[in-house]
Each structure stands twice: as C-alpha cells, then as structure tokens.
Write a protein that binds this ligand. Structure first.
Ligand SMILES: [Zn+2]
Length: 90
C-alpha cells in the first residue's frame, strides 16, 4: 500500500519524510453544573430523548471525544498548522 498525502495526494516515497497531523477535540468542563429549576430526573429524561431523537450514538460520542488524523507531506504540514493556528482569534 502506497502512502500519500491526504491533502494534496502527493505520493510519499518509501523511506520518505511525511507527517501525521493529529487533532483531538475533547469535551471540556469547568466543573460547574448550570443552575436549573428542573429536577434531575427531568433533565436526564430530556437529555435521553434528545440523544435518541436527533443523534446517533456515534454523533454523541464525537461530541465527547473526536480524533482527526491526517497523513501529510512537508508542504501540507505547514498548511495544516497554519489553518489550525488561524482559528485562534482571542
Ligand atoms: Zn500534501
């Protein structure tokens, strides 16, 4: 199986230099639970309904943890890095 850059399609020659662009998106928490008038049971019930209604199990899991992994050539490594860094505005 030949390795190729997943961004531009360039074939990585055997023994050639390539990079793995890996991004993890992990659900964060500040440890504070939002105040609510609703009882715990009601909240759980509502959450379960939403999960089963709109989201597949995979979609739900992706909201908690998602890893994106790309094989990159040297040129696209810079593109990948710059695109991610470009997201930082504040
Ligand atoms: Zn490339």
């Amino acid at each position: 199986m030949r390795l190729h850059c997943q961004t531009c399609g360039t074939v990585i020659p055997p023994g050639g230099v390539f990079y793995i662009g890996r991004t993890e998106i992990i659900s964060g928490s500040d440890g504070i639970l939002p105040d609510s008038e609703e009882s715990g049971d009601k909240i759980i019930d509502k959450a379960l309904k939403e999960i089963t209604k709109v989201k597949s199990e995979q979609e739900f899991m992706d909201e908690v943890y998602q890893e994106i992994k790309l094989v990159l050539c040297g040129q696209c490594r810079l593109v990948f890095r710059d695109k991610i860094l470009d997201l930082v505005k504040y």
